[in-house]
Design a protein around this ligand. Structure first.
Ligand code: PA5
Length: 376
C-alpha cells in the first residue's frame, strides 16, 4: 500500500471529470490493463522468456525511451534473478556506447529482444543491425531468426514487416498504450521475465493500485499537490530516493512526467537525486539554494541507518523552506514496484490534465526524429 504525508483540499468534481476523460481517452489502454491482461499473451511471454533463459547467457534488449526505461528501472531495482544477463543497447547513437555493449556481450550465447512501437526509431534500428550481424555470424541465418524477439506494432512499421518476413517471434505494443505507459505490456514483461522477475506479482501489484483509484485515492492527492505547487511557482520537482539501485526508476519517472507534461510551454521540470550520495553534491542546493523546487521522497522500506537519513533529510529540507512530499512504499519487491508504477502513471495522467495538457502525446519527440531523418 502506498501512503502519503499530505492531504490537500481536492476539487472532487473536477477530478471525477478528469478521471472520466482519462478512461475515455483512446490512449487509455493502460488503465485496466493489469486486471484485463490477456492470459494467452502472458503465457507466450513466459514461454519465450524460459526459452531465452535456457539457451542464452545474455538477452540483448534494444530500445529507447518508453521502450527501454521501464523494464530497466525494475530490473536494476530488484536485481537480475536469473543467470541470463540483460545487456541494454539502442538507447543512444554513440558508436562508443555501441562498441561497449558489443564488448560486454563478448562471446557469450545470446538472443535479441528488439523493442520499438513505431518500428522506425533510429537509435534501436542502428543497434539492431549491429547485434543482428553478430547473431548471424555466430549462429547462421536460420538459427539467428529463432533468437530474435520483436516487440512492435501489430500491423505496420519497418520492424513489423521485417519480423513477419523472417518469422521472428513477435509481441505487440498495443495501439492504445503509449511508450511511457507500456512497461506492463510485452515491452517490459519479456525482458523482466527473462531476468527472472516475477511478472505475475508485478501485475498483481499494479492491479491493487488500479483498484484503489477514486477521487480520494493517493494518486489523486499526489497529482493535486503537484498542481498546487506548480501553480504557486514551484517549477521543478526533485524525485529523491535513498536506494542507489532505483536510479533508473528515477529516469523512468523523469521520462513519464517530462514527456507527459512538458508541452504548450507548460510543465514541471522533473529532476532526481539519490541520497545520501547526492547530499554531498546537490544537498547544499536543496538546503539553501533557489527556492523554486520541491522534493518528492520515494520512501522505500530500508534499513535502520538509511531510514534515519530519510527522517533527517525531511526535517532539514523542510526547515530550509522547500515543500517535502513523502510517498511511502510498503514493500521493496515486485508487488511494491507494480503498485508504484501504476500510482505514478495515474498521478501523471491526472496531473497533466490539471495543467491542461494531453498526457498521452509527445509531439516534441517526433519533431527531433523528423529533423534527424532529414539530415541522414
Ligand atoms: O514514450 C514514448 O512514446 C517515447 O519515449 C518512445 O517510447 C520512444 O521515442 C521510442 O519509440 P519507439 O518505441 O517507437 O521506438
Amino acid at each position: 500500500m502506498i501512503t502519503v504525508n499530505f492531504n490537500p483540499d481536492i476539487d472532487k468534481e473536477r477530478i471525477e471529470k478528469i478521471l472520466m476523460e482519462i478512461r475515455a481517452d483512446a490512449m487509455g489502454g493502460w488503465i485496466d490493463w493489469p486486471q484485463n491482461y490477456n492470459k494467452e499473451e502472458l503465457y507466450r511471454i513466459k514461454a519465450a522468456a524460459a526459452k531465452v533463459r535456457e539457451e542464452s547467457e545474455c538477452l540483448v534488449c534494444i530500445g529507447i525511451g518508453g521502450s527501454y526505461l521501464g523494464h530497466r528501472a525494475v530490473i536494476e531495482a530488484l536485481g537480475e534473478k536469473s543467470s541470463t544477463k540483460i545487456v541494454y543497447a539502442g538507447n543512444s547513437l554513440s558508436r562508443r556506447e555501441l562498441g561497449r555493449a558489443l564488448n560486454e556481450l563478448g562471446d557469450q550465447d545470446f538472443s535479441i529482444n528488439v523493442i520499438s512501437k513505431s518500428g522506425t526509431t533510429l537509435e534501436p534500428a542502428v543497434a539492431f543491425e549491429a547485434f543482428k550481424k553478430k547473431l548471424v555470424e555466430k549462429y547462421g541465418e536460420e538459427e539467428a531468426k529463432k533468437r530474435i524477439y520483436a516487440t512492435t506494432d501489430a500491423n505496420s512499421g519497418v520492424l513489423h514487416d521485417e519480423a513477419v518476413a523472417n518469422g521472428y517471434t513477435r509481441f505487440v505494443v498495443p495501439d492504445n498504450i503509449g511508450g511511457r505507459y507500456s512497461v506492463l505490456t510485452a515491452v517490459g514483461l519479456l525482458p523482466l521475465a527473462a531476468a527472472g522477475i516475477n511478472i505475475d506479482e508485478l501485475l498483481a501489484g499494479a492491479a491493487e493500485g488500479s483498484a484503489q483509484i477514486s477521487s480520494d485515492s493517493v494518486a489523486v492527492k499526489y497529482a493535486w499537490m503537484r498542481y498546487v505547487l506548480g501553480s504557486r511557482g514551484y517549477d521543478t520537482e526533485v524525485f529523491a530516493s535513498f536506494e542507489p539501485a532505483t536510479m533508473y526508476f528515477n529516469e523512468w519517472l523523469k521520462q513519464l512526467f517530462g514527456e507527459s507534461e512538458g508541452k504548450n510551454k507548460q510543465g514541471i521540470w522533473p529532476a532526481s537525486v539519490i541520497y545520501s550520495t547526492d547530499l554531498h553534491s546537490l544537498g547544499q542546493f536543496m538546503q539553501d539554494g533557489r527556492r523554486n523546487l520541491w522534493e518528492t521522497i520515494i520512501d522505500f522500506p530500508t534499513d535502520e541507518m538509511n531510514a534515519k537519513v530519510v527522517t533527517a533529510v525531511r526535517t532539514a529540507h523542510a526547515a530550509g523552506g522547500i515543500p517535502v512530499l513523502n510517498i511511502g512504499v510498503s514493500s521493496y519487491d515486485e508487488k511494491g514496484f507494480g503498485e508504484l508504477i501504476y500510482f505514478f502513471e495515474m498521478s501523471c495522467a491526472i496531473s497533466a490534465k490539471l495543467f491542461g495538457v494531453n498526457p498521452f502525446d509527445q509531439p516534441g519527440v517526433e519533431a527531433y526524429k523528423t529533423e534527424l531523418k532529414k539530415l541522414i
